[in-house]
Write a protein that binds this ligand. Sequence first.
Ligand code: PMP
Length: 376
Amino acid sequence: MGLEIERAEGCKIYTTDGREYVDLISGIAVSSLGHRHPAVIKAIKEQLDRHLHVMVYGEFIQKPQSEFAELLTSNLPEKLDRVYFVNSGTEANEGALKLAKKFTGRTKFVAFRDGYHGDTHGSLSVTGRDVYRDPYLPLLPNVEFLDFNDPSGLDAIDNQTAAVIMEPIQGEGGIIPANPDWLKEIRRRCDDTGALLIFDEIQSGFFRTGKLFAFEHYGVVPDILSLAKAMGGGMPIGAFVSSSEIFEVFKKDPPLNHVTTFGGHPVSCAAAHANLQTLLAGDFEAKAARIAEIACHMLRGKGITEVRGRGAMLGLQLRDSELTKNVVEHCFQKGIILGWTLHSDTLVRIAPPLIIEEELLEECFRVIMEAVEKFA
Ligand code: PMP
């Protein structure tokens, strides 16, 4: 986009040449509390004055890590009681895949077409778009891709399968929520075959969909949960969460199964802790629902095929890619940052900070509609 950033605050981004933009995609589902939330900034500053990196992750006891892990797991189902911190989303999935292989002693993975799990080799191996994979083949050998929301083919989940990895709501694939019965069937199939179920909630987590995690909408609990993006309140951090029983296999043979120097950086953990405390204290379930309600009410008309998603993880499906390009460009000229998703060029991503005021949101939606009416 060619923007040179001066500063960012709340829902706004300011450039060095004096322009201001509304960030309607939260830096791609990161800044859920807006940019530089005061509680997050305070926690970062306090941690800066205590210590930065002191040792490779896991060797020393560091309060910012243990306190944040405690808060996170106390808000998760009982069996998700152990957290391993890393630096990013893709690294969380790398850890999740390794953990599933080690625990089950199996090597096969089941993943979904148009799913996105990151760009390192393991995560790319379970990402369901050939255009991103082909230049890097061969990847992990034993991955089977199924169609998302298609009940046929679930017998691919068998007793050779280490894990099924999936997003409960596909993000880059075009904001596609899983069908609840289908998701329950996958859980059942995993239970029957001993395969683990990995939910990648890197994009859907931390109230983006109105619940702390999207799986809560479905009543389906994964065996491993991968997290990143909004977790750090703007700081880089990721995690994979599972049960103590499953994590047991990471303790031996070799004794260090997943070393990461900077994983769970104390400043990132302090930020993440303040971020989660603030999210839990707020009324973000209602706020996300209201964002969806306003979107469904205002974004309708010729050229718009569908508004879909959940809470504040929304996609505006437009008639064709030309219209989509024009709408995104028009909004950009008017100071609104929108975006595509990686796997779809006819869908406008809408993921505003959850703190956005209704007036500002409505103003942005009026500009989107102005563009749709102009170009449709
Ligand atoms: N999984 C999902 C569902 C994502 O949306 C993303 C990022 N778009 C990733 C994994 C990768 O995260 P990161 O960019 O932090 O590696």
